[in-house]
Design a binder for this molecule. Structure first.
Ligand code: ADP
Ligand code: SF4
Length: 687
């Protein structure tokens, strides 16, 4: 198919200083939890995206000097020449696909505790290190010789970056992750010398480092400034008017302005909290201040919205991190007129959780993310079938859908049987909950792909038992029958059933099926700690209930720190009038009330309520799998029976999608026994 001419503008080249990008698709710097630990993996991941049509591919942040590092987080390092080959591998992979390579040089300063190097962190002022943890470490206020050193370190890093093959070299002043932003900030910079006080003074370091970088590498590499335009704190933080002033004063100094919100949680807001293009109001008008190209993000997956950004003079380049993770081939699909094939990011921030947990980023929509090099999985392609085998997939949730889709793509004959009258499983149910509608894209993309495959047949309203499965005569059976929320409260706190003498009790499954509590006052006990508790509380308030949210953790939905949502969820619940009781568990329940126990002292207190909602753990729905395994003697021509996804062990939607892809990749692969099922790089031993 040919490209829709409406989208031609997205494929125009754009000059960025001394280099030119072939189109407007710009993968802005993004972390991925692999960094210096898994260099070939990152190179392959970025190279694949370059093959998918992005004009520019940037690295995650690269620490420029050993005096500022962000252990335990795993980004890149450019401390000395020995780091160059790793980075060169990435720029080579990007250049091999005719794209430009950008590198985000970072000196974290007051955002890195230096737990690895034990160097004393530097900052504009004497202040505690501002990381995700309350590390007992302070930054030392820099004197003028420290500032001179920092400028030299940055310049040397820029030269090394150019030697490593990068075409766009960043001066980073965003996300609260860079000392240059801390110097800009009235909150962090309380200096009284020429680097503090007035705006011109606070931006002096930004100006000097940008000019140094231009001097050092600007003849052949573009110099980009990535700047936080707003911290969403009103005038007490960096805000649009102030940063517009900065950009106006330095308008033509860099070759590119990359504009973002700060902190990271504000820049990478989830679909629970913002729509696509949510940054528009903060970046509108910046292009009037400079003739240099401007790039910005907005979880863009719609080509029409992208075109509007360019045509209405908001952005020159369509920045994307998450949309490029969910669909590394997004630009090519627009180019080829295959809009329906775009695998849209759902805005869940599971990718972010990889970085936050120092593990390779994974993606709910793209199960190949992080597996490109170590398992050889491609985000778009998969090897052809190796036999005439016919596969029956039982269950049409994310695991079953992805297994059927990937097996179908391989060319196998697949039947997908789903008990219900719609596909999607938990995704179909959960996307009807408040704020989760974008999650339906997990189902929509897979159903759209399957509908194009003549070799995949879908049977709705087909709840199968073992007798039926054994009758059909398939060669391989995949059981993806999902899970259900426990009614007995077993999770982290209660390892045996919560004693309950007559308190009406509902689970998230009941709420999703439309059942509502009978009384007004509901206690919601969340021992799951991810999104479901907060969402159920929101649903109950909207249905007119008074909700007391009880959690054994020190805050609501504590795991959502990893998706950058925790502060937003807790604020929302408080603002909705939910009573929050932390560090307590519902110990027992009886008609009319519950007894809470303090998780530290065990001290009990009574709480009256009408109903209890338990967001505990889930039980696999694995009866079909167990029945089939028990009848192996009746299998006949059936060669394998496997359970995958939540019916194997309940986890995230991302894990279910991964399980589906993994089945399709591995069910006919040679048995590798006890071998590690992926490649890994090991540290080089020095004498
Ligand atoms: P996962 O996340 O592992 O994909 P889900 O719970 O989302 O699991 O989906 C499981 C799907 O399996 C549900 O749509 C459910 O209706 C379906 N299912 C469960 N048992 C059967 C069965 N015996 N036959 C067919 N479909 C089933
Ligand atoms: Fe988008 Fe979620 Fe994938 Fe991240 S993990 S890229 S937010 S779909």
């Amino acid at each position: 198919m040919a490209r829709d001419p409406r989208y031609d503008i997205l494929f125009e080249p754009v000059k960025i200083g001394p280099v030119t990008t072939k189109n407007r698709f710009y993968q802005v710097p993004h972390c991925n939890g692999q960094g210096y630990r898994d260099p070939s993996a990152v190179a392959k991941m970025r190279g694949n995206k370059a093959a998918g049509g992005w004009g520019v591919l940037c690295t995650e942040q690269a620490e420029i000097h050993h005096t500022s590092e962000i252990t335990p987080f795993i980004e890149l390092r450019l401390w000395d020449d020995r780091d160059i080959p790793q980075l060169q591998k990435m720029s080579d992979a990007i250049h091999a696909e005719n794209a430009l390579a950008g590198i985000e040089l970072a000196y974290n300063g007051p955002n890195g505790s230096n737990l690895y190097t034990r160097e004393v962190p530097l900052g504009p002022s004497h202040l505690p290190i501002a990381t995700f943890y309350y590390d007992p470490v302070q930054a030392r206020a820099m004197d003028l010789s420290d500032i001179k050193n920092l400028r030299r370190w940055h310049k040397n890093a820029a030269i090394r970056a150019k030697r490593a093959g990068f075409d766009i070299i960043y001066v980073y002043a965003a996300h609260g992750f860079s000392i240059i932003q801390h110097f800009l900030s009235r909150r962090f910079n309380t200096r009284s010398d020429e680097y503090g006080g007035s705006l011109e003074n606070r931006m002096r370091l930004l100006r000097e480092i940008t000019e140094d970088t231009k001097d050092a590498v600007g003849d052949t590499a573009a110099v980009a400034v990535r700047i936080a335009v707003d911290e969403l704190m009103g005038e007490s933080g960096l805000h649009k008017a102030e940063i517009e002033d900065v950009i106006g004063r330095m308008a033509e100094t860099p070759d590119l302005w990359d504009v973002t919100l700060s902190d990271w949680g504000n820049d990478s807001r989830t679909s629970r909290f913002t729509e696509e293009a949510a940054e528009e109001e903060f970046v509108r008008g910046i292009k009037k201040l400079t003739t240099r190209p401007v790039v910005g993000v907005g979880r863009f997956t719609s080509p029409d919205l992208m075109v509007r950004q360019v045509k209405s003079g908001i952005l020159d380049l369509i920045g994307a991190a998450r949309p490029s993770i969910a669909d590394p081939f997004l630009p090519n699909k627009i180019d080829e007129g295959r809009i329906d094939d775009i695998r849209e990011c759902i805005g869940c921030n599971i990718c972010v959780s990889g970085d936050m947990t120092m593990s390779p980023s994974r993606c709910t929509q793209n199960p190949a993310m992080g597996e490109e090099w170590r398992k050889g999985w491609h985000p778009e392609f998969i090897r052809s079938r190796e036999s005439e085998a016919r596969v029956l997939v039982v269950g049409g949730g994310p695991a079953g859908l992805e297994a059927a889709r990937a097996l179908g793509q391989r060319g196998y004959e697949v039947a997908l049987a789903e008990a219900g009258t719609e596909l999607g499983g938990r995704v179909a149910r959960e996307c009807r909950l408040p704020t989760l509608s974008a999650w339906g894209r997990v189902r929509d993309w897979r159903v759209g792909q399957i509908n194009k495959m003549p070799n995949v047949s879908v049977y709705l309203d087909s709840k199968l038992d073992a007798d039926q499965v054994l009758e059909f005569g398939f060669d391989h059976i995949v059981v993806a029958t999902g899970s259900s929320w426990r009614r007995d409260g077993v999770a982290h706190y209660h390892l045996a059933a919560l004693p309950n003498a007559g308190m009406p009790t509902l689970t998230p499954d009941d709420l999703m099926a439309g059942t509502r509590p009978k009384g007004k006052h509901v206690v919601l006990f969340d021992d799951d700690h991810y999104y479901m508790g907060g969402i159920c509380a929101e649903l109950l308030v909207k249905a007119g209930h008074h909700v007391t949210f009880v959690t054994p953790a020190a805050e609501v939905s504590t795991w959502t720190r990893n998706t950058l949502e925790q502060d937003k969820i807790q604020a929302k619940l408080i603002n909705m009038g939910v009573d929050v009781i932390v560090s307590h568990a519902v110990a027992t329940a009886q008609a009319g009330g519950v007894e809470l126990a303090c998780t530290f002292t065990g001290r009990k207190k009574a709480l009256t309520c009408d109903d209890l909602v338990l967001v505990a753990s889930r039980l696999p729905q694995d009866q079909l799998y167990l029945d089939l395994k028990a009848r192996e003697t009746d299998w006949g021509d059936i060669k394998t029976v496997r359970g995958i996804g939540d019916c194997w062990a309940p986890s995230t939607i991302a894990a279910a999608v991964y399980a589906g892809r993994r089945y399709a990749e591995e069910f006919d692969a040679p048995d590798i026994g006890d071998a590690v099922p992926f490649k890994r790089e090991l540290a080089e031993l020095l004498p």
